[in-house]
Every structure is written in C-alpha cells, then in structure tokens.
Design a protein around this ligand. Structure first.
Ligand SMILES: Cc1cc2nc3c(=O)[nH]c(=O)nc-3n(C[C@H](O)[C@H](O)[C@H](O)COP(=O)(O)OP(=O)(O)OC[C@H]3O[C@@H](n4cnc5c(N)ncnc54)[C@H](O)[C@@H]3O)c2cc1C
Length: 410
C-alpha cells in the first residue's frame, strides 16, 4: 500500500482521502486552513441528482445579450475576468453546442445519478444524518412561458436520465409551501435531490471520520510541494513530509499550483456569494428562484441565499451587488427577515470548459493525481469521483474514466 498526500480539505479532498483510506493506503490531508472552510463551506448544500446536465453557456443571442448587459441576475461579469478567462470561456462556449453538451451530459448524469448513494455511507458513519433532508429541490418559476418550458425539460430529464419530478401549477405549489406570499407561475419539484443544512459541517464531519479511522490531517501550504527523485515532499506544521503519491484537490486553486509543474489548466471561475436571513417562516424545501438566479435553502445559520455566477478573477475584491439584487427580488415572494450579521463569504465554482471534473493521473508526472474542476456540483460529486479516482489509481480502464482523464482533455 502506498503513502498518499491529499492537498485540499474541501468535499473533494476529504472524500478522496476517505476512499484511499478504505483501500488500505496511508493518507495525510494537507490544507492551509481547516476542513470544509472554503468553497465546500458556503455553497447551497444541495446533493443534486437533478443536475444530470451540467450548466452550459447559453448560445442564443437573446440570452447572451441579457448576460452581456447584466439584465439577468444569474450571471454577472467583469471585463478583467472575461479577458483573463477568454480562452477557457471560448472553449466552454464551443462545448456548449447541443451535440457536445448532450455527449457531456451522458457522462455527467452517470455521476450525479449515484451521488446520494455514494454520500449515504459517509453520512451514516460520520453520524451526520441530522444535517440531511431528503426533500428534493424546487425550481420556482415566475413566468408562465418559462414554466411550460421547464415542465417539458423535466419530462425530458426523466426519459433520458431517470430524474424524477413533480410538476405543480402556482396555486398548488403555494399550498405545499406556505412561506410563499405570492403565487408563482408554477414549480418543478425534483424529488431525488438531498439538502444539507451545513455543507461545511458535513465536510468537517467526513474529515473527522477520516481522522477517527487513523488518517492524518495537518496544516501546510501546497505551494511548498516539490518533486524529488524519490517522489514528493512538502512542508507542513508537522515538518517535512515525503510521500510517493499526491492527489491535487485544491478546487479553484488547483491551476495555480499546477502551473509550477508546467500544466496550463484552463478554468472558468464562477464566483458566488451567500447571506443568511432570519426568515420568519421556515421553507419546506429549498428552491431556486429561476427568474432571479438565487437559491434559498434552510440552513443551521438561517435561510441561506446563494447567488449564481460572477465571472471575475479568482482573487478579485468582494462585490455583493448580485446578492443584494437577489435578496430584494426574493423578498417579493417570501419574507426574508433581517440579514444575519457575519463576515461576507464568497466562493468560486471551479469549472472546466468541458463541464466535467478532471479525475486521473497527471500527464507528465508519476505519482501525481488530479481531482478537481467539479464546477457547480463538487459538493454533490466529491464521494462519487473519489471512487473513480481509486479505479484510476488501481489501473482500471473504462469509458467513464476515459471521459474524465486529464490526459485526454488537457
Ligand atoms: C455559491 C455556490 C453555490 C454552490 N452550490 C452547490 C450545491 O448546492 N451543490 C453542489 O454540489 N455544489 C455546489 N457548489 C459547488 C461546490 O461548492 C464546489 O464544486 C465544491 O465545494 C468544490 O470542492 P473542492 O473540495 O474541490 O474545493 P474547496 O472546497 O474549495 O476545497 C479546496 C481546499 O484547498 C485548500 N487550499 C487552497 N489553496 C491551498 C494551498 N496553497 N495550500 C493548502 N491548501 C490550500 C482550501 O483551504 C480548501 O480547503 C456551489 C458553489 C458556489 C460558489
């Protein structure tokens, strides 16, 4: 059995460590802070079976025009972000053609479909059942035409990928969700997805399980990683560590590290924000306010409102305008109550231009494994792609691994 270093203690890194440990490997996780304190902390907490199709870039002129002028709140952008990401965005645009997107979705849907089953044993063994609700995710529509389109889409997702849903007209859904103060046009309730009331808490609980099972967690900076003749070494709070194998699971920070080893990873950075609100009425289940591009989900800290995507450079300054716009519009349909005072969280979805995570060995270095780029669904997919990473490490070969392999995509 080999000694592994896993860089990054988000959902993807911690799940990788647990999967390696289950195969008898000796594993150390290194993170510069603690477990589940970055992107895996502040997301919307959905384990998304319904996300069979990853987010494509729209290609119709009307929507592109809307995004360009920031008329819609679900996508905003800054010129420096768009310019910096231009090659990755172009590739994302090309991969969003209906034919390519359909092919990519056939891969993505195989991952999302098994996501709850892959989380289940970890939720049980980490005693985190209290954080999970099996309540599905609702797409709430304010516009009748959009609702009709969404209903057709739901039928398609059922036929194509086995994604189950219930369709409600506005009145019937309002009866199911008393927190709604206005009648929407309608709602599509995707029933297989789960909701977590503390995504950071769940990631931390998985990490605690890993440590309880004999794994080691240390703090350290991944940028001190060195490739040596005998393997890899890194500086940590416990001193210098030498290992044979390294898994890079640094989410949006992965390209930064890998540039030092000669890899140019094209990544689209989609920034998001959240705020918590003391809403007087608890939601029955999370919903996406589709017209407004924000998701509302009950969480330990209050009702969490998460925003869509801001295309900005990874380290750009905080700009809460998308969150503010979203909260004002959301307040039209539910009482949000007072916003909870807290330091402003922001996080970045690490999106690959072909909308699939990179899982497999590094093209030019022995003992280096890539496991990042999970985009909008890293919280959902951490345990699932970790099982695939193990298959790759064990030398298995199958269609799914081929589709996710760095060597075929970089
Ligand atoms: C607003 C928003 C909402 C979202 N909602 C959902 C959702 O509902 N469902 C879903 O499935 N996904 C969702 N996502 C996506 C999901 O959060 C991410 O895909 C996922 O968290 C990525 O996990 P990760 O482990 O790859 O990265 P991270 O959680 O970011 O972990 C990376 C780790 O690397 C560490 N690190 C970075 N640099 C260094 C360094 N130099 N040295 C040491 N350590 C370092 C960080 O401290 C961090 O702990 C959402 C994302 C956003 C932004």
């Amino acid at each position: 059995m080999a000694e592994f270093l896993v860089l990054g203690a988000g959902m993807v890194g911690v799940s990788s460590a647990l999967a390696l440990q289950a195969r008898g490997h000796q594993v150390t996780i290194v993170d510069r802070t603690g477990a589940g304190l970055e992107t895996s902390y502040g997301n919307a907490g959905m384990i998304q079976v319904e996300a069979a199709e990853p987010y494509a870039l729209p290609r119709d002129m009307a929507t592109l025009f809307k995004y360009a002028l920031e008329i819609s709140n679900d996508v905003t952008w800054k010129m420096n972000g768009a310019l910096q990401m231009a090659p990755a965005l172009w590739s994302y645009f090309c991969n969003s053609s209906p034919e390519k997107h359909a092919k990519i979705s056939r891969v993505h849907s195989q991952l999302t479909f098994r996501s709850t089953a892959d989380h289940e044993p970890l939720i049980r063994d980490s005693e985190s059942e209290h954080l999970i609700t099996h309540c599905g995710l609702v797409m709430l529509h304010r516009d009748e035409r959009e609702f009709q389109k969404a209903s057709k889409k739901a039928e398609f997702l059922m036929k194509e990928y086995g994604v189950t849903s219930d369709i409600f007209d506005g009145k019937s859904y309002q009866e199911k969700e008393p927190a709604l103060k206005k009648t929407p046009a309608g709602a599509v309730h995707y029933t297989q997805s789960w909701s977590c009331s503390s995504p950071g808490g769940l990631t931390k609980a998985y990490c605690d399980l890993f440590v309880k099972r004999g794994g080691r967690f240390v703090t350290g900076d991944a940028s001190t990683l060195q490739h040596t003749v005998s393997g890899w070494q890194i500086l940590t709070s416990d001193g210098e560590l030498k290992v044979e194998q390294v898994v890079v699971a640094l989410g949006p920070w992965s390209p930064e590290l890998l540039r030092r080893f000669g890899y140019q990873i094209p990544m689209v950075y989609k920034r998001g924000y959240h705020g918590h609100f003391n809403a007087p009425k608890t939601l029955q289940r999370p919903f996406l306010d589709v017209a407004n591009g924000v998701l509302a989900a009950p969480m330990v800290k209050g009702l969490r409102v998460t925003t869509g995507a801001a295309l900005v450079p990874l380290n750009s300054a905080i700009d809460t305008s998308q969150l503010k716009r979203g909260a004002i519009a959301l307040n039209e349909i539910i009482d949000l109550g007072e916003q909870v005072e807290e330091p402003q969280w922001m996080g970045t979805r690490p999106c690959m231009p072909d909308m699939l995570p990179l899982v497999g060995d590094a093209p030019n270095h022995k003992g280096l494994w890539f496991h990042f780029g999970h985009g909008h669904q890293g919280f959902t997919l951490g345990p699932t792609t970790s099982e695939l990473l193990i298959q790759a490490i064990e030398g298995e070969c199958n269609e799914l691994l081929e589709a996710l392999a760095p060597i075929n995509r970089l």
